[in-house]
Ligand binder design. Structure first.
Ligand code: NAD
Length: 287
């Protein structure tokens, strides 16, 4: 008897995100107050411009209010700090997003830390990251939330599973690991100094790649039937690709996200949800 291996189910991030955005749209359609998002872009990093354009466009599509601030590449730290302080005071702007990376003359930590925690829709302030670690989520990083949402959408139970996160950045790897831990997975975090990466990844029921290296995760590194979430966004031969060798891994994995149409659109949807949450938090603080 020949046993045929079923190819992985492709997790359609676009479709899942579209539903979330439609739900948000209906939710605020008849409300007097609209969630407001301030988007700050310093300089003209082409990738950042694309992300910011997409965030602004989505904001408008769901009926949120959006103000965009394009600052010169040579903007000083104090000028950016003053802008963030002004935005902190604006009642119609519930969320503030400062697109990273910032130019070298500006200390990113200083800027992020100056955003009021209840307006920090990226979830990068120490207050929000601290809350995430303590299991008391306030506003959590959008990409990490996107990853969790996509895993949960597969219907695969997280509790008790071996989850391996490749990448330990503060904006993706660490928060994803914390969220998986919160859901009772046994979590391993791998990074650039990890020895024998494959030994770890091969053991993963849930594998999250957040590195920024095309085809780092090959099919030999994936366990049969695993849920594989590809966060990477890389430009290779004029195309956008992830960190996972999608074409080959899809024959081994149980579920896999494509790039594009995977984590990217879900991140934007989670950002929109965070903006609505920020508005609700502002209302609670006022009362
Ligand atoms: P980063 O550069 O801050 O972190 C990369 C991590 O990968 C580091 O922790 C490093 O230790 C690890 N790493 C590097 N080489 C490795 C190797 N050979 N083996 C194992 N680990 C290795 O990057 P980031 O900001 O976390 O982003 C990671 C990727 O995700 C990038 O491609 C980025 O563009 C993408 N990204 C996508 C979204 C989205 O919405 N889809 C959001 C944020 C980031």
């Amino acid at each position: 008897m020949i046993l045929l291996k079923m190819p992985a189910k492709i997790i359609d991030g676009n479709k899942i995100a579209e539903k979330i955005l439609n739900d948000l749209k209906s939710k605020i359609k008849n409300s007097k107050q609209k969630p407001g998002l301030a988007i700050v872009l310093v300089g003209n990093n082409p990738a950042s411009e694309i992300y910011v354009n997409f965030k602004e466009k989505t904001c408008k599509e769901v009926g949120f209010y959006c103000e965009r601030f394009n600052l010169e590449k040579n903007t000083s730290e104090i000028d950016l700090l003053n802008l963030v302080n002004d935005l902190n005071q604006k009642a119609n702007l519930h969320g503030i997003l400062v697109q990273l990376p910032l130019p070298n003359q500006i200390n990113e930590h200083l800027i992020i830390n100056s955003i009021l925690p209840h307006k920090d829709v990226d979830g990068f302030t120490p207050f929000n990251l601290g809350n995430l670690v303590s299991g008391n989520t306030f506003l959590a990083p959008a990409t990490a939330r996107a990853v969790m949402h996509l895993i949960e959408h597969t219907g695969v139970q997280i509790e008790g599973k071996n989850a391996v996160v490749v990448g330990r950045s503060v904006i993706v790897g660490k928060p994803v690991a914390m969220m998986l831990l919160e859901k009772n997975a046994t979590v391993t975090i791998c990074h650039s100094k990890t020895k024998n990466l494959q030994e770890h990844t091969k053991n993963a029921d849930i594998l999250v790649a957040a590195v920024g290296k095309p085809k780092l995760i090959t099919k030999e590194m994936v366990k049969d039937g695993a849920v594989v979430i590809d966060v990477g966004i890389n430009r290779a031969n004029g195309k956008i690709v992830g960190d996972v060798d999608f074409e080959n891994v899809k024959d081994i994995a149980g579920f896999v996200t494509p790039v594009p149409r995977g984590v990217g659109p879900m991140t934007i949807a989670m950002l929109m949800e965070n903006t609505l949450k920020a508005m609700e938090l502002a209302d609670r603080i006022k009362k």
